[in-house]
Structures are given as structure tokens and as C-alpha cells.
Ligand binder design. Structure first.
Ligand code: NAD
Ligand code: ZN
Ligand code: ZN
Length: 379
């Protein structure tokens, strides 16, 4: 157990929408049930961008963002028995305490203790931050704060993975890719030969497309407003594309016309409330299932006619593709390593920058140029 305060470089967000500032931050030692880890690679997910922009979300600054990453345990706090220094881990924004009703349920990953909380900027053990600058606290983000050379995470939010797994690639399994893949495979569960629509063809949506391909979907309809996405999506197995901007009727109508009444499954990965409603209304009555993945603005409301539900459509939502981080993610990493999953993580990694250029990752995502940008902490 290490009692030292570490002085490390972290990318601090001081104000909404302003470039992150890389500066020295004190990282306190891990407390009870906490782990301090060295981040080697992290990547940018759109959820970081929403809370950094704070347009439709509660602002909390100064804050250290980042939740998709791979790292190595440096030290462990009291009560941590299943991790030790040197272990390779993926931090996850939603945790698994292993003891609550959700953790005991086969169907849920919504742990009572460690489920995602985007508005809490402190650790649950003592309600304080482990980051500070000259004694002034800097807030955490979703319990991970990976835009820092070292961070402190609750042990329940760490998946221990095979050290043979390349962290510069499997880091994307710590949020976006597992989320999209699981949304299709664990939640939408298309049957072989069924038709699937995926709204939003960023990394999360393309991982949902991969899931549909792995499940044996016959048609995979990709929906996006950014036409640049379509060429990319073809490589992931999308068979058809719809840009809502090309039509003067609602996209759900376009899809219903293409599919004799609607798709069997849809997965929404945009964060747009309009797309969420369309994703629901484009599934076939009688059996269609829609799964929402995108993070909405805090004031959004989902509006649809109840008849759409009475007509035997199902609406679902998921965090992290319903994977339990500690139980399931080590196995997903094994499946990737053994090539059992037919999942090429390289395809999602379009850019890579040194930590000093982290702001470029935001720029690429906002311009719609990137899927995932890997941020290398050590050069
Ligand atoms: N539920 C979860 O556990 C979870 C986990 C990770 C990410 N997310 C959310 O998933 C979403 C996707 O994340 P990402 O990192 O892939 O983002 P991204 O920005 O790379 O991709 C989003 C895509 O959606 C498209 N889009 C936006 N509005 C649209 C609309 N109205 N119709 C069609 N397409 C539209 C964009 O053009 C873009 O290509 C975000 O909302 C993110 O916050 C949720
Ligand atoms: Zn994410
Ligand atoms: Zn739990």
C-alpha cells in the first residue's frame, strides 16, 4: 500500500468548452476499496464531450474527464484483495460491487453502489476528491478520470484483464465498443436473418453494427446525418444507409417503407432525442425491439403515441451494453485475444495523439472526423 501523494500531469477542464490544460496535479493515495492506477492509454468518447461542453448537462468544474482507458495498478487501498500492483485493468464508468441485488441479478448491471453518476465529482468513500492543485480539489468524472497519468478508482469499477492484451487497443473496450456490441448482442438480441437499424455511426454505433453482423443479421441499415460515416460503416457490415437529411418524410417512415413495415431491431447511438424517437418508431409492430444507448440532454423528454407500444413494440435502454464490468469484460478481452469474437478493434481507432495534444481529440470528434482517438500518456 502506498501512502505517497503523487504529483502527475493531468488534463484539467477549468471551464465548459475551453481547451483542457495539462498541468501538475496531486493525486492522493487510494482509500478503502480504492485503487490508484497508472493510465497508459485513454481515448475520447462522446459522453466526455457532452459533460465538457455542458450545454445540456449539469456543469461541474474544474474537472478531470476521461473514462475509456487502459492502465496498470500502482497501489491498492484497505480492503482491496483481488487486485495488486502490476495488474492490468480497464476502468469502467459503471461499477459492480458484487453484493447488491443488481449485481446478483443476471439481467442487470445497474449496481446500487457504483452505477453511473455523471453529477458526482467525488469518491464515495469520503465524499472528497483525490485530485488537487495546491490543496484545491479538482472533481472526478464518472469515477474514472482517465485524462491523468495517475487516477484513483473504486475497485468495483476495474476489470482485471489478461496482461497479454495490448492496452493501446483494448482500452476502447472500456466504454464505447463494449457498449455498442453489448447493446446489440445482450439487449436487442437480433435473431439470425433479422433486419437491424443502427442510428448514429460513431464508434458506439459501429460496434452495434458489428454486433448485428456477428448475430447474423441479414440487413443492417445505418442511419447518420454525417455522410462521411457511410464509407466507414460499409467496412463494418452495414448493408444500406439512410441520411435523414435526404428525405422530406420522417426517417422512421423511410425505414418502414424499405422494410415492409419496419425493422426487427434498432439500436440508437446518437444522443439525439429525435433519433431516439425515430429508432423506436421504425421497429416493426408485433415484435420489434428498440434499444436506446445515446446519452440525452438533462431536459429531454421522450414523446411517442402510446399506440406505438400497444402495437407490441418494445423499448429498452442500456448502459455499457448490459455488461457487468468485473464479471464480463475480462472474458470479452479473452474472446478478442482468441479471435473468437470476429471483432477488429483496430478499425475503430482512426487517430492517435500524444497526451500533450489531447485537445486535438476533441476537435476531431466535434468535426465528425474520428471514431476513436487514442491518447498516449507516455510520449
Ligand atoms: N449508454 C451507454 O452506456 C453509453 C456509453 C458510451 C457512449 N454513449 C453515448 O452513445 C452516443 C454515441 O457515442 P460515440 O462516442 O459513438 O459518438 P460519435 O459522436 O462518434 O457518434 C455519434 C454519431 O451520431 C450521429 N448523429 C447525431 N445526431 C443524429 C441524428 N439525429 N440522426 C442520425 N445520426 C445522428 C453523428 O453524426 C455521429 O456520427 C453518445 O450519445 C454517447 O454519449 C452511451
Ligand atoms: Zn463512453
Ligand atoms: Zn452492486
Amino acid at each position: 500500500m502506498s501512502h505517497w501523494l503523487y504529483l502527475v500531469a493531468a488534463a484539467v477542464a477549468w471551464e465548459a468548452g475551453k481547451p483542457l490544460v495539462i498541468q501538475e496535479v496531486e493525486v492522493a493515495p487510494p482509500q478503502k476499496n480504492e485503487v490508484r492506477l497508472r493510465i497508459l492509454f485513454t481515448s475520447l468518447c462522446h459522453t466526455d464531450v457532452y459533460f465538457w461542453e455542458a450545454k445540456g448537462q449539469t456543469p461541474l468544474f474544474p474537472r478531470i474527464f476521461g473514462h475509456e482507458a487502459g492502465g496498470i495498478v500502482e497501489s491498492v487501498g484497505e480492503g482491496v484483495t483481488d487486485l495488486q500492483p502490476g495488474d492490468h485493468v480497464l476502468p469502467v464508468f459503471t461499477g459492480e460491487c458484487g453484493e447488491c441485488r443488481h449485481c446478483h441479478s443476471e439481467e442487470s448491471n445497474m449496481c446500487d453502489l457504483l452505477r453511473i453518476n455523471t453529477d458526482r465529482g467525488v469518491m464515495i468513500n469520503d465524499g472528497q476528491s483525490r485530485f488537487s492543485i495546491n490543496g484545491k480539489p479538482i472533481y472526478h468524472f464518472v469515477g474514472t478520470s482517465t485524462f491523468s497519468e495517475y487516477t484513483v478508482v473504486h475497485v468495483g469499477c476495474l476489470a482485471k484483464i489478461n496482461p497479454a492484451a495490448p492496452l493501446d487497443k483494448v482500452c476502447v473496450l472500456s466504454c464505447g465498443i463494449s457498449t455498442g456490441l453489448g447493446a446489440t448482442l445482450n439487449v436487442a438480441k437480433p435473431k439470425k436473418g433479422q433486419t437491424v437499424a443502427v442510428f448514429g455511426l460513431g464508434a458506439v454505433g459501429l460496434a452495434a453494427v458489428e454486433g448485428a453482423r456477428i448475430a447474423g443479421a441479414s440487413r443492417i441499415i445505418g442511419v447518420d446525418l454525417n455522410p462521411v460515416r457511410f464509407a466507414e460503416a460499409k467496412k463494418f457490415g452495414c448493408t444500406e444507409f439512410v441520411n435523414p437529411k435526404d428525405y422530406d418524410k420522417p426517417v422512421q417512415q423511410v425505414i418502414a417503407d424499405m422494410t415492409d413495415g419496419g425493422v426487427d431491431r434498432s439500436v440508437e447511438c446518437t444522443g439525439s432525442i429525435q433519433a431516439m424517437i425515430s429508432a423506436f418508431e421504425c421497429v416493426h409492430d408485433g415484435w420489434g425491439v428498440a434499444v436506446l444507448v445515446g446519452v440525452p440532454n438533462k431536459d429531454d423528454a421522450f414523446k411517442t403515441h402510446p399506440m406505438n407500444l400497444l402495437n407490441e413494440r418494445t423499448l429498452k435502454g442500456t448502459f455499457f451494453g448490459n455488461y457487468k464490468p468485473r464479471t464480463d469484460i475480462p472474458r470479452v478481452v479473452e474472446q478478442y485475444l482468441n479471435k473468437e469474437l470476429d471483432l477488429e478493434l483496430e478499425k475503430f481507432i482512426t487517430h492517435s495523439v500524444p497526451f500533450s495534444e489531447i485537445n486535438k481529440a476533441f476537435d476531431y470528434m466535434l468535426k465528425g472526423h474520428s471514431l476513436r482517438t487514442i491518447i498516449r500518456m507516455e510520449d
